[in-house]
Design a protein. Structure first.
Length: 168
């Protein structure tokens, strides 16, 4: 998937991916929201917990750098080879939330992510070396794509498949 070429395109892609994923949950009844039958043995609530977890991590890396700190990546206490454990931590963190509560949290996060992208210059967004946390090769746009837009699309595919199998 090619990276968005402008801030406008990032914002459009984010909004569209968000709207499409969120809409998949409209027809999910409460009795199915925690059923772990989606690919990877996860539930609808877990799908959103994962998206929220990564979105909040992305925002935290930026906030920590702005406050002069160096973020521990991908998250405090986790290494890059422990992404499954990190996902599990998101599921656990949001285990008491209903699907509607998670959708509200997801919507609020989208506003924060959009505001952040909107606040960036095209150079900050598109060029490497604009933040320490982005490393040597990736621009913010790449980190943004792989932690929001792309996983939203992937999650939507999995949820749609599950809904077809469940006849929802």
């Amino acid at each position: 998937m090619p990276l968005p070429a402008s801030k406008h395109e990032v914002l459009q892609n984010l909004e569209l991916a968000y709207i499409k994923l969120d809409a998949e949950f409209d027809a999910v009844l409460p009795k199915f929201e925690r059923t772990p039958d989606i690919e990877g043995s996860i539930s609808c609530c877990d799908v959103l917990a994962y998206q929220i977890g990564w979105g909040k991590l992305l925002m935290s890396w930026e906030q920590l750098e702005k406050s002069g700190e160096v973020p521990e990546m991908p998250a405090e206490g986790f290494k890059w080879n422990q992404l499954g454990l990190l996902a599990d931590s998101f599921y656990k963190e949001y285990s008491a939330f209903t699907l509607n509560q998670l959708r509200e949290e997801f919507a609020a996060l989208q506003g924060q992510l959009s505001d952040w992208v909107y606040s960036l210059t095209e150079t900050e967004l598109q060029e490497p070396h604009q933040r320490r946390w982005t490393g040597e090769k990736w621009a913010i746009v790449k980190w943004f794509q792989v932690n929001t837009i792309a996983p939203y699309k992937s999650a939507r595919t999995k949820v749609r498949r599950w809904k077809r199998e469940q006849k929802i």
